[in-house]
Write a protein that binds this ligand. Sequence first.
Ligand SMILES: Cc1cc2nc3c(=O)[nH]c(=O)nc-3n(C[C@H](O)[C@H](O)[C@H](O)COP(=O)(O)OP(=O)(O)OC[C@H]3O[C@@H](n4cnc5c(N)ncnc54)[C@H](O)[C@@H]3O)c2cc1C
Length: 494
Amino acid sequence: MLMPEPDRATMARRDEIVAALRAIVPGGVIDRAEGMRVYESDGLTAYRQLPLVVVLPETTAQVAEVMRWCGANQVRVVPRGAGTSLSGGALPLADGVLLGMARFNRVLSIDADNRCAVVQPGVTNLGISQAVAHLGFYYAPDPSSQIACTIGGNVAENSGGVHSLKYGLTTNNVLGVEIVTIDGEVIRLGGRHLDSEGYDLLGIVIGSEGLLGVVTEVTVRILPKPATARAVLIGFPTSESAGGCVAAIIAAGIIPGGMEMMDRPAIHAAEDFVHAGYPRDVEALLIVELDGPKAEVDHLIERVAAIARDQGSVTLRISETEAERLIFWAGRKAAFPAVGRISPDYYCMDGTIPRHRLPLVLSRMREMEAVHGLRVANVFHAGDGNLHPLILYDANKPGELERAEAFGSDILRLCVEVGGVLTGEHGVGVEKRDLMGTMFNESDLAHQQRLKCAFDPDGLLNPGKVFPTLHRCAELGRLHVSGGKLPFPDLPRF
Ligand SMILES: Cc1cc2nc3c(=O)[nH]c(=O)nc-3n(C[C@H](O)[C@H](O)[C@H](O)COP(=O)(O)OP(=O)(O)OC[C@H]3O[C@@H](n4cnc5c(N)ncnc54)[C@H](O)[C@@H]3O)c2cc1C
């Protein structure tokens, strides 16, 4: 995978850059290789690169000063939260400053009356729910990585989780942010109120993968904890019947708190690991959770059970206690590590399809297993049509990583082919960058890059991510291919 060519002149100025950062963030600069090693990759561990230097600011003023200095001196910057990104969004650059936001770890205020909290970007996702739990509140989007990932990373990736079907993704649960631009300007977008005047710049920043600015404060919506939650565990003889059940539940006007599906390999891996009591003789397992007032939940769960029977379920268990509900979820929540026990390595994909194409996509994936000679375990947010195929491989076997990547690309192309999109919640990063052309044409991409140029005209913030081709901002708007020759042939095209 090609990344922007490191700028030799910048690398030659390393001592000067380290000294400048030390003056801005005394005690917060790491420049020795052994200290920087932990930052060399994120959750997409197939790719590694030591940064030029790591800086760990503690205040917005320090972030602004770092950004202003880097902007003025044409030094690239890669923001980082907890480094759990699965798309390589926080992959460092050899000539770039890695800006770690881990020290921004305080909950600044909780406003129960207005159902919001103001937090620093390095607070973990779960940390927000823990901070407001004593008031009976929680923060709804719940990535499986919630124990580690930060809200700043969630904003950058527009992360989701099991409960996003009913409660939305990060973009539906963030009311405001403070960001610092590459020229050191501090901007506040949104706030404790609903909606803003003017363009929806908050909507643009959420999901911008660290390419537009560094998030230094987040105002999140907090919700009262539902009075009751119950789950039903439903086994099906085919993935078609499970997919049919998902569609029928939604068609009946029921929006579950979560609706997750696992295929046979994932069911077996999870059951072997967690002993959640999952049936082993089914092809697909659905976990459907209903939450809200008790009377409503008890009523809806019976309706879901009836729909499941109509759709051909072969096993069905409804949780009778909170402990049982948690056991139902334990296997799903541990599905990734469980798959890690049956394969030396796995590659977690993330694509979204229209729900009704689930059976087709699952059967096409089975055909692809034969083509690529690798197995897949499927775990996904069925209600959202958000797939997470886990491609099993062994990095120590020559060529297997490349085959896993080729398999992954084929799955994502299939998602787009059936009317879906390249990512549901993990972002584009470097992982899906070179596939952007399957979804967008040159003109679409040029429009998106114009937006990037408005924030970062010199392309210094997280370059090499998201866009398959670097464009100079001055060039945009005039991208005409004449006689088969691209303009600006000297620009790197990844
Ligand atoms: C086991 C596992 C399970 C996962 N499950 C889910 C899941 O269920 N749902 C889901 O959506 N994701 C999931 N993820 C992916 C990942 O946890 C999310 O993308 C998460 O939001 C990343 O947060 P982070 O703090 O680790 O960010 P990082 O990995 O450090 O960075 C991610 C991106 O955000 C940018 N960034 C980070 N902080 C800032 C900031 N303050 N300002 C500007 N840009 C910033 C980075 O430049 C990078 O582009 C999972 C990951 C793992 C390893």
